[in-house]
Design a protein around this ligand. Structure first.
Ligand SMILES: NC(=O)c1ccc[n+]([C@@H]2O[C@H](COP(=O)([O-])OP(=O)(O)OC[C@H]3O[C@@H](n4cnc5c(N)ncnc54)[C@H](O)[C@@H]3O)[C@@H](O)[C@H]2O)c1
Length: 358
């Protein structure tokens, strides 16, 4: 099997690559990434991309279809991957997360690819706390990021056929260690705060709901989707990916961290306005369709793993919310240094009109 993974050099990508390398030792694994965060490795002995057969550096907005030759499955992770960046770069977010994904899927179909897996998000539900949202509940995308996911799901569907199976995995919020760790994700942020300052300050009133999933469990779901049988959802499937008992309120997450590190302080801003993003999600469909690829991690183990991983890095940065552990800060720094233009293209290439992706 030949598998192309776009956006493989981010937080989730290295875990997906290492999982697929184990589950498909004979597969040809091909990475494709722009490399925004490539130099921000966390305590690794091996460059994660060494597990690939081939790494392309390129921009999905200028994708060369020749790369799809003999590819059987595409996993589309490339994205502007959170609300803060999406809010500042709305059109760029739609171009990368949405238009380029649909265009690449269309090229993939023409090239004879059989499976297209899209990393969607439960944030498409926006605000939904009365009951847990199923795939047939209405979506309510509140941000450019969430909109990009909803638009893509909708425009991918008509491309699907028995021979070109499309799976949109609506992932819960990720957590856990990775070779390119992000700390702009709720649980990772709490553990990092606990280690760096002995304190977790919840910026909301603590009530918002967030379903979570460990990055390694995301990789297991992707592994299922790249060979999804037709009778598990048909040619086109949108499915929530996570576990029913991993729906947490933010304050419960802080308390779970305190259980592992009892000396820390947790403070909640009782006067804060309720967060606009809050959703509970039902994962029954995923459990029925993919019984052998269900999440395995528990919260306690995930917190301990993050704590141990951060301690092994001698992590002490109290102001980490302003550092390279935040995706937005890296993008801002690349912009300030003149490496990226306003469309988040590498300036070196955009000036001369050739090079990566041109
Ligand atoms: N992390 C989460 O909580 C979460 C939850 C649900 C869904 N997802 C989705 O999973 C995917 C991966 O998330 P992540 O946390 O690894 O994000 P990330 O920001 O760490 O990684 C995204 C990768 O995409 C690459 N990329 C961005 N624009 C590109 C372009 N134009 N061309 C080529 N590559 C480009 C970046 O260089 C980066 O390596 C994203 O689609 C994200 O929306 C993530």
């Amino acid at each position: 099997m030949n598998i192309l993974i776009t956006g493989n050099m981010g937080y989730i990508g290295p875990t997906v690559v290492s999982h697929l390398r184990n589950s498909h030792p004979d597969a040809m694994l091909i990475g494709y990434d722009m490399g925004y965060f490539s130099s921000h490795l966390t305590n690794v002995g091996l460059l994660p991309e060494c597990l690939l057969d081939r790494q392309h550096f390129g921009d999905v907005r200028m994708f060369d279809d020749a790369i799809l030759k003999d590819v059987d499955a595409v996993v589309y992770l490339a994205a502007i991957s959170n609300d803060p960046i999406g809010n500042q770069y709305e059109e760029v977010t739609l171009d990368i997360n949405y238009r380029s994904a649909v265009s690449l899927a269309s090229s993939a179909k023409k090239a004879g690819v059989n499976y297209f897996v899209y990393a969607s998000s439960c944030s498409t539900y926006g605000f939904a706390v009365q009951e847990a949202m199923t795939e047939s509940s209405p979506v309510n995308p509140l941000t450019a990021y969430a909109k990009s996911k909803v638009y893509t799901e909708k425009d991918l569907e008509p491309l699907a056929s028995d021979d070109f199976r499309i799976t949109c995995l609506r992932f819960s919020t990720a957590c856990g260690m990775s070779e390119r760790l992000r700390l702009d994700l709720v649980l990772n942020d709490f553990v990092a705060s606990a280690i760096a300052s002995g304190k977790i300050t919840i910026l909301s009133d603590g009530t918002p709901w967030r379903p979570l999933i460990h990055v390694k469990d995301m990789a297991r779901a992707i592994d299922w989707a790249i060979e999804r049988p037709l009778d598990a959802g048909g040619p086109s499937l949108v499915v929530n990916v996570g576990a029913n008992d991993w729906n947490y309120q933010v304050r419960e997450l802080a308390e779970a961290v305190r259980k592992v590190m009892p000396d820390i302080e947790v403070s909640i801003n009782k006067d804060a306005q309720p967060d606009k993003r809050s959703y509970r999600v039902n994962f029954n469909l995923f459990r029925t369709l993919a019984p052998n690829h269900q999440p395995r991690y528990d919260l306690d183990t995930t917190i301990r793993e993050l704590r141990d991983g951060l301690e092994a890095m001698a992590f002490k940065e109290q102001n980490f919310r302003h550092t390279k552990f935040m995706r937005l800060k890296i993008i801002e720094s690349l912009r300030e240094q003149g490496w990226l233009d306003e469309a988040l293209r590498w300036t070196f290439y955009s000036k001369r009109g050739s090079g990566m992706g041109y």
